[in-house]
Design a protein around this ligand. Structure first.
Ligand code: MN
Length: 496
C-alpha cells in the first residue's frame, strides 16, 4: 500500500513550561483542544489538525518532533506558545525536524478583558512574548518556517493557514512522486534538462526512463471493455466535433495503456516526446489531456521538471475548483496597448483550465510523422493566474513565477486546432518577458488559476529553492541585483 494513501494531518503542538503549575497547563490544554476542534469543524481545510499536547521539556519536544518526522500521515507541525516556553528546550527537537513548520502567533482571547484583566490572565495569555522567544530559536537555527500572526478564528488567518497546508501537502506528495519518462528530452534542448539526482534529494521526485516499447505493449494489450469505458468518459466530459471516431478511439486505447503502465508502476507523472513514438500511431493528445484532468503530471518533450511540478501543484490545489495545467508560451500579440501572450502546446493543455466545455477534434499534426491525433480544443478561462517554471542553474534549482491576468482572446482563431489561453503578464509583456529571459525561465510552465505566488514562494522557501517573483512591481535593474546576490548566497551555501 502506498504510504500516501493515509490522509494527511497536521500536528498542533503547544509550548509551555512547568513554572506555571498544573492548573495553568490544564487551562492551556483545554484552549488548544478547543482551537483544534474549531479548525476541524469550521473550516474547509484540505487536512485535519490533530492536537498533540502541551510540551514542557526538551525530551518531550525531541520525542514528539521525531515522531512527526517519521509518521507518514503527519504533513507538518503547527506550533504555538500560549504561555512562555524557554527555547533552549526546543533546540534538540527542531535541529532534527525535517517537515514543513508553521509557527502560529495567536492568542486564545481575541480581546483584552478590560475589567477583569489581572496578572493571572497575563501569565496565561502571553504569546505576545512567548512566541517571540520561539521565533528567536527558529531564526537562530536558520530553520525554514512559515510565520502567521493574528487571531485564530480570523478569516484571513485561516486562509493563510490553509495555504501553508496546501504547500506542505505538495511537499509531502513529492516525497513519493514517481515520474516515468518515455524517451529523453528533445534533442539539444537545454532548459528541459536538469539534475535528476538533485531533484530527488531536494523534492523526493524519482524520475526514470522507460522504453517506449514497454508502453506500446500496454497499449496493444488494452482490453475493449476498458477502452469503451474511457470512450464513455470522453462523451460525458467533452463534445465530439469529429467523425473520425477511430482516431478518438485510438487515444482511448493509448490512455488505457498509459494508465495501465503508470498505475502498475506507481507513477503519478509522465513525459513523452514526439521524437520517439516507436510503435504508437498518434502522439498522445487527448489521452494526456484527459489524464491531466485526473491529476497526473505531464511534461512534453521529456520535460520531467514540469511534469512533476504539474502534479505537485495539482495536489496543492485539490478541491479548489480552479485549473492547473502544463503550458507553453507560444506566440505574442504585440499590438500597442494590448500586448498579450498566446499560450498553447502542440496538443497537451489540461481541460481543467477551459472556459467552457472542450471539444474533441482530429487534425493533421506536422510534427511527429504519425496519424492525425485527436485532441481537445478550447479557450482558457479568464482571471488571475500564475505561471511557474523550474530551471536547473547548476548546483541549485530556481523557481520563477510570473503573475498574470488570463483574458478572453481578443478575436476568434478558427484555424487554430489546439487548446489556447491568452494572458497579460505582470507588469506588462515587455518587462515580464525581459525579466523571465534574464533569469532563464523556460518556455514550458505550469499555469495555475488555483494557486498564487505565496503558495509557490512558501514551496521554494520550505524546499530551499531560489525563488524569483515577477509581479506588478517588477524592475529589471532590481532583478539583476537580486540574481547577483542570490548567486553569492547560494555559493556561500546560505539561502537568501
Ligand atoms: Mn513544448
Amino acid at each position: 500500500m502506498n504510504k500516501l494513501s493515509q490522509q494527511p494531518v497536521f500536528w498542533f503542538i503547544v509550548g509551555s513550561q512547568h513554572l506555571y503549575g498544573e492548573e495553568t497547563i490544564k487551562q492551556v490544554e483545554v484552549h488548544a483542544r478547543e482551537m483544534a476542534l474549531y479548525w476541524n469543524n469550521e473550516t474547509n481545510w484540505p487536512a485535519g489538525v490533530v492536537y498533540k499536547g502541551v510540551v514542557v521539556s526538551s525530551d518531550q519536544i525531541k520525542k514528539l518532533l521525531s515522531e512527526a518526522n517519521h509518521d507518514p500521515s503527519c504533513a507538518g507541525v503547527i506550533s504555538w506558545m500560549h504561555t512562555f516556553s524557554p527555547s533552549k528546550m526546543w533546540i534538540a527537537g527542531l535541529r532534527d525536524y525535517k517537515k514543513p513548520y508553521l509557527h502560529l502567533n495567536t492568542q486564545f482571547n481575541r480581546d483584552i478583558p478590560w475589567n477583569e484583566i489581572d496578572m493571572d490572565f497575563m501569565n496565561l495569555n502571553q504569546s505576545a512574548h512567548g512566541d517571540r522567544e520561539h521565533g528567536f530559536i527558529g531564526a537562530r537555527l536558520r530553520m525554514p518556517r512559515k510565520i502567521i500572526a493574528g487571531y485564530w478564528k480570523d478569516a484571513a488567518v485561516l486562509d493563510r493557514m490553509e495555504a501553508f497546508m496546501r504547500v506542505a501537502i505538495g511537499i509531502r506528495v513529492g516525497q513519493t512522486l514517481r515520474c516515468a519518462r518515455f524517451g529523453d528530452n528533445m534533442r539539444d534542448v537545454a532548459v528541459t534538462e536538469g539534475d535528476k539526482v538533485e531533484a530527488e534529494r531536494v523534492f523526493g521526485w524519482s524520475v526514470n526512463y522507460y522504453p517506449l516499447g514497454d508502453l506500446v505493449s500496454f497499449v496493444e494489450g488494452a482490453a475493449d471493455g476498458d477502452i469503451n469505458a474511457i470512450m464513455d468518459q470522453y462523451h460525458q466530459r467533452y463534445d465530439f466535433k469529429t467523425d473520425d471516431l477511430d482516431a478518438v478511439r485510438y487515444q482511448a486505447k493509448l490512455e488505457c495503456g498509459l494508465r495501465g503502465f503508470l498505475d502498475q508502476g506507481g507513477f503519478q507523472a509522465f513525459t513523452s516526446t514526439f521524437e520517439d513514438l516507436h510503435g504508437l500511431e498518434q502522439l498522445e493528445g487527448l489521452a494526456a489531456q484527459n489524464m491531466m484532468l485526473d491529476g497526473y503530471g505531464y511534461g512534453a518533450e521529456g520535460d520531467w521538471k514540469t511534469a512533476c511540478l504539474t502534479h505537485v501543484m495539482k495536489k496543492m490545489a485539490e478541491g479548489l475548483n480552479k485549473g492547473t495545467s502544463f503550458m507553453e508560451d507560444y506566440t505574442y500579440h504585440l499590438e500597442p496597448g494590448h500586448e498579450l501572450v498566446l499560450g498553447a502546446h502542440m496538443l497537451e493543455v489540461c481541460p481543467s483550465i477551459a472556459a467552457g466545455r472542450p471539444a474533441i477534434e482530429v487534425h493533421q499534426l506536422g510534427i511527429g510523422n504519425r496519424k492525425p491525433p485527436a485532441r481537445l480544443v478550447f479557450e482558457g478561462a479568464s482571471g488571475p493566474a500564475v505561471l511557474a517554471s523550474l530551471v536547473d542553474m547548476g548546483g541549485r534549482m530556481r523557481l520563477i513565477v510570473n503573475d498574470c491576468e488570463a483574458v478572453t482572446p481578443l478575436q476568434q482563431m478558427p484555424k487554430l486546432p489546439v487548446a489556447r489561453v491568452m494572458w497579460k503578464p505582470e507588469p506588462n509583456l515587455q518587462t515580464s518577458a525581459e525579466a523571465w529571459i534574464l533569469c532563464g525561465g523556460a518556455h514550458h510552465t505550469v499555469m495555475s488559476y488555483a494557486l498564487n505566488s505565496t503558495h509557490l514562494r512558501d514551496f521554494a522557501e520550505m524546499t530551499g529553492l531560489e525563488f524569483i517573483h515577477i509581479n506588478q512591481d517588477a524592475d529589471i535593474q532590481a532583478l539583476k541585483k537580486e540574481l547577483l546576490w542570490n548567486e553569492l548566497a547560494f555559493k556561500l551555501n546560505m539561502q537568501p
